[in-house]
Design a protein around this ligand. Structure first.
Ligand code: F6P
Length: 320
């Protein structure tokens, strides 16, 4: 292998830059040529590809987002797009690819791998929904952002004696809501993995009021059975004691300086991805497995959503 490509794809996540830096510098240290592919698979199809040197990744370890930019590319989901992608890789003389991204991006990697092109994935997603890794690049930073937001909202909620509904991201996965709820001391979490009655939410808020609490914080995952507006509407129509406000954290959760955890994880995964390619392995994702860096096949990593640990749900119930 002489030349590897690196791309970030799907939703950006803090720490992707640290991973790109790690891939580039590890590959250069091993005397490979490295080419950066802009805007994920969309940039691959457009031939938006450039050689990268050490200096191209200077001063990016602390930056959120991705200097390679990213995109969600529907064209690459079709065989025609995949064949064009393979052609572009061949034209560029790239003979191995690292894809940093979430499950959709890793599926793109599977398509290339099945056509015989060497691909190694690295999990980059704030949602922490990718199987085969304890944490994805970006999740820890997002948890910190959610935690700070909940701390701030609690200040104003207590001052005004209000109930706050706070929507967090996570697509169909409740990890950010569950762990964010633990870290922020929420009264209740509403996650896609658990069905709930609006009546029970109203009771929980009423309970908090009757117990003499000065506020109630409820973290609502964006994929929860009832969305935040429905929950707010229901609470407002029923006597729950507190005035109700809602906050949607939105894309603020995706940006910001990556934490120490994410920088280290991303750096470790970048080194591992290059080593896997050099070892002749393809169709695998590198991930954090019990503190160590291991691998899982891309097929398995994308075949199911990573589950929120029951331990965290129990823990939330004990401490809330
Ligand atoms: O997968 C990351 C994520 O931020 C999800 O939590 C969210 O549902 C989605 O991306 C939002 O995507 P977009 O930025 O394309 O609106």
């Amino acid at each position: 292998m002489k030349c590897i490509g690196v791309m970030t794809s799907g939703g950006d996540s803090p720490g992707m830059n640290a991973c790109v830096r790690s891939v580039v510098r590890t590959a250069l240290a091993k005397e490979l040529t490295v080419k950066g592919i802009q805007r994920g698979f969309a940039g691959l199809l457009d031939g938006d590809i450039h050689e990268m040197g050490r200096r191209d990744v200077s001063g990016i370890i602390q930056r959120g987002g991705t200097v390679l930019q990213t995109a969600r590319c529907l064209e690459f989901m079709e065989p025609k797009g995949q064949r064009l992608g393979l052609r572009r890789l061949n034209e560029e003389g790239i003979d191995g690819l690292t894809v940093i991204g979430g499950d959709g991006s890793l599926r793109g990697g599977i398509a290339l791998h099945k056509m015989g092109f060497p691909v190694v994935g690295a999990p980059g997603s704030i949602d922490n929904d990718i199987a085969g890794t304890d944490m994805s690049i970006g999740t820890d930073t997002t948890l910190n952002t959610i935690m700070r937001a909940l701390d701030a909202l609690r200040d104003t909620a207590s001052s005004h004696e209000r109930a706050f509904l706070v929507e967090v991201m996570g697509r169909k996965c409740g990890y950010l809501a569950a762990v964010g709820g633990i870290l922020g001391g929420a009264e209740m979490i509403l996650i896609p993995e658990a069905a709930f009655d609006l009546e029970d939410v109203a009771h929980a808020v009423q309970d908090a009021y009757i117990q003499g609490k000065s506020h109630a914080l409820i973290v609502v995952a964006e994929g929860a059975q009832h969305d935040i507006n429905q929950v707010a509407e229901y609470l407002r129509q029923h006597e729950v004691g507190f005035d109700v406000r809602l906050t949607i954290l939105g894309h603020v959760q995706r940006g910001g300086r990556p934490t120490a955890f994410d920088r280290l994880l991303a750096t470790r995964l970048g080194v591992a991805a290059v080593n896997e390619l050099l070892a002749g392995n393809s169709g695998v994702m590198v991930g954090l497995q019990g503190g160590e860096i291991g691998t899982i096949s891309l097929e398995e990593a994308t075949s199911r959503q990573r589950e929120v640990k029951q331990e965290y749900l129990d823990l939330f119930n004990y401490v809330s």
